[in-house]
Design a protein around this ligand. Structure first.
Ligand code: SER
Length: 338
């Protein structure tokens, strides 16, 4: 008899930390997979942790033989800046790794006649606005607009959204079986830049937000790699975790689409600096734009429209810009470094 559990890939990453803490409070049995041994703080919170690569199909097969996964949170990926330095590796990890997990989740759904819920964090990187003027005029971008990404990461995420939709709605559409419970249940969120008080992301292009804040808390000078007027949507980690678990719990019949924007606030880099200085007035933050990374930020929307998530599964963030800093980031980061 297989033990029922929730699988989290990329468990050591930023979102993994927040999600494991959240699921542990609900006494959920979590299997954590990551390239590196699971962070010691997280080890007591999971049923089992496994060091391994999502490209190692036999290893994944063993996990799917041993456990019956009610939900898979597939968080492992190579982010946008790192992916531009090795696009082919990013493609392997981001696309082939996702395909491995979709295949095994799909096979398990069909074997048990019970859909595995496959929760896939996608990104604002799937958008590609052609010019800064178009970005400024576009306002809140809907899920179906401007999906012409310029980065390997964005292209990988957009394609995997489609792969997930295929596996959950059209997989082997010419075969006889028509039982929807035999197919996996794929659901995706497009996240904005994420900011956590506990961890700093690695290899992303929205990283100037969290990097600026963590450097200020540590008393380290920070050179921000985008212009003061660069604007992106952001969200704090408790809201990111909330959106993942809300989407995973939503009744299937409420979902009118497979991919949903979620967001909270959209500051420019100057506004991020100003609010950081309110908590850490001594912080030394300079703007030293990097032409190429700025180009990526300019191609991502200034804001995204999350009306569909609000309507279909009652998504609402707990933290606006002021509250995110006043009630979550500033106190938690002070406790961490000061
Ligand atoms: N935070 C990601 C990145 O910067 C975007 O989703 O790559």
């Amino acid at each position: 008899m297989q033990e029922e559990a929730i699988l989290i890939t990329g468990a050591n990453g930023e979102i993994g930390h927040g999600l494991i803490h959240h699921l542990a409070k609900q006494n959920q049995a979590v299997i954590a997979l990551d390239l590196q041994p699971l962070d010691e703080v997280l080890q007591p919170l999971v049923l089992h942790w496994q060091t391994g690569d999502i490209l190692d199909f036999p290893l994944l097969e063993k996990l799917f033989e041993k456990y019956r996964f009610s939900v898979v949170f597939h968080l492992a990926s190579i982010l946008s800046t790192k992916a531009e330095h090795n696009p082919e590796l990013a493609h392997r990890v981001n696309v082939e790794g996702t395909l491995n997990l979709l295949r095994l989740s799909s096979a398990q759904s069909s074997r048990n006649h019970h859909s595995v819920r496959f929760i896939y964090p996608s990104s604002i990187a799937v958008y590609g606005l052609p010019t800064l003027a178009v970005k400024q005029a576009a306002g809140k971008v809907r899920e179906d607009q401007f999906t012409q990404p310029t980065t390997m990461y964005g292209i990988n995420k957009l394609y995997c959204e489609h792969l997930g939709r295929y596996y959950s709605k059209h997989y082997k559409q010419l075969a006889d079986s028509a039982n929807p419970d035999d197919l996996l249940d794929f659901r995706s969120l497009r996240f904005p830049g994420l900011i956590s008080s506990d961890t700093v992301p690695t290899g992303g292009t929205s990283d100037y937000g969290p990097e600026m804040l963590h450097a200020a808390a540590k008393g380290a000078p920070y050179n921000c790699f985008v212009r003061p007027d660069a604007r992106l949507p952001f969200m704090v980690m408790p809201d990111a975790v909330k959106s993942l678990v809300m989407l995973a719990a939503a009744p299937r019949e409420n979902l009118s689409q497979t991919v949903y924007n979620v967001t909270s606030f959209s500051p420019n880099a100057q506004e991020l600096k100003d609010i950081t200085l309110q908590t850490f007035p001594e912080a030394e933050i300079h703007f030293v734009p990097d032409h190429d990374r700025q180009g990526i930020v300019d191609s991502w929307p200034a804001d995204i429209d999350d009306t569909a998530a609000r309507q279909d599964w009652y998504w609402q963030p707990d933290y606006d810009f002021e509250r995110a800093f006043k009630d979550y980031l500033s106190p938690a980061i002070r406790r961490r470094y000061c």
